[in-house]
Design a protein around this ligand. Structure first.
Ligand code: NAD
Length: 369
């Protein structure tokens, strides 16, 4: 089996799907071909891939020669018919349909089931941790106050107040990061199970009574009704008073992000408050969020970065590559054969309703440059 690693082409995307260290670990089971420059922005040059045993090739040869292609972001140019593509894009039915029409099977990373066996392959979680960390640094950069308490001869700086709205993987990492920087921290979530996790990080849990069925299978939240959302926002609003950094991370899989902070709530915040909205790509958790823009509303700054894991591209790539390595080891047996099984507990949900491609003729082996 030949695995192809593509260079990401989306603006500001600096990660790479497989790092040289993992190429070396996979080399006994599969051949790895890497597009020229694929790892350059994540700290890995072509020579490092070659030294790890990969062939470094032009894009067309990787697209045309790979049995399994790895691309983090959705592709404009597709791999050959019969290829299996691993990457994000699973929530975009148009993209999935285009791949299927082209005879490419998409293993969508965001559809990976949250079962213990798949934990090592869970790219959503590894990248959410990176995003939570980077969100706090990004927010801190826009604040006009410091996060830690400082006692100096000239006076005392009070610790900043930070709250994470949505205390899943990203929110918990944001809380941990803000606390390490010295902020006072609070966490809010609709899942009752999040309370214990928030408190284990030394943050206070903001309890707002929610419907008892707020948690779905796999640890995800369920969508709230419109009335319930209005009620939640009313209950949440007073808890935002005095907060200086607000990191919002609330997501409902496959749906638009819930609105947690509306116009009235933004108007109530003190000028200088910074909101970092991690849900900008799915519509945002605030009424003012614009993806990849800095919006100012009455002195409140709202950031909607969609490239946070890329801000720490080397570590984000290392973790993502670990997820890919585990998934590839699951797909390709020690005999080197590719197994695509719709009944498999991990692959089944990632494949969904797509047609499995007919076994392709062995492609001509690509030549190293
Ligand atoms: P996510 O990215 O889908 O959502 C982020 C958070 O937003 C979640 O905690 C969710 O409850 C919360 N949220 C949704 N709507 C909200 C609203 N209206 N108000 C406030 N909060 C809202 O979720 P995630 O971070 O990827 O994962 C959530 C949980 O799933 C984790 O904390 C963990 O317990 C579990 N998990 C399990 C596995 C596994 O078993 N393999 C892997 C990863 C995560």
């Amino acid at each position: 089996v030949t695995v192809g690693v593509l260079r990401e082409r989306v603006e500001r995307e600096r990660r790479v799907a497989l790092v040289p260290n993992d190429v070396g670990k996979l080399a006994t089971r599969m051949r790895v071909v890497v597009e020229t420059g694929a790892g350059a922005q994540a700290g890995h040059d072509d020579a490092a891939y070659a030294a790890a045993g990969a062939s470094v090739l032009p894009r067309a040869d990787v697209l045309g020669g790979a049995d399994i292609a790895l691309a983090i972001r959705p592709l404009a140019d597709l791999p050959r018919e019969g290829c299996t593509l691993i990457g994000f894009g699973g929530h975009d039915p148009g993209y999935r349909a285009r791949l299927e029409a082209h005879g490419v099977l998409h293993l969508a990373l965001e559809r990976m089931p949250r079962i213990t066996r798949a934990q090592a392959m869970d790219a959503l979680s590894s990248q959410a941790s990176c995003a939570g960390y980077a969100a706090v640094l990004e927010g801190a950069r826009h604040l006009d106050v410091m996060l830690p308490m400082l006692t100096t001869a000239a006076g005392i700086v009070r610790p900043a107040k930070m709250i994470a709205l949505g205390a899943g993987v990203a929110g918990l990492q944001a809380l941990a990061t803000a606390r390490r920087l010295g902020a006072q921290t609070w966490g809010f979530d609709v899942r009752a199970a999040a309370a214990e996790q928030v408190e284990s990080l030394g943050a206070k849990f903001v309890g707002v009574e929610t419907a008892p069925s707020a948690e779905a299978a796999g640890g995800y939240a369920v969508a709230q009704s419109d009335d319930e959302q209005v009620r939640l926002r009313r209950a949440l609003a007073p808890h935002l008073d005095g907060m200086q950094l607000i990191v919002t991370t609330a997501q409902i899989p496959g749906r638009a992000a819930p609105l947690l902070v509306d116009d009235d709530m933004i108007a109530r915040l003190a000028p200088g408050t910074v909101i970092v909205d991690l849900a900008a790509e799915t519509g945002g958790n605030t009424s003012a969020t614009r993806a990849d823009e800095v919006v100012e509303c009455g002195g409140v700054i709202i950031l909607g970065p969609t490239d946070l894991p890329s801000r720490v591209a080397r570590d984000a790539s290392m973790l993502l590559s670990g997820n890919m390595r585990a998934l590839l080891a699951h797909l390709v047996g020690s005999d080197g054969a590719l197994r695509l099984d719709r009944e498999d507990a991990i692959l089944g949900p990632m494949i969904g309703a797509q047609a499995l491609p007919a076994p392709a003729e062995a492609a001509a082996p690509p030549q190293p440059v």
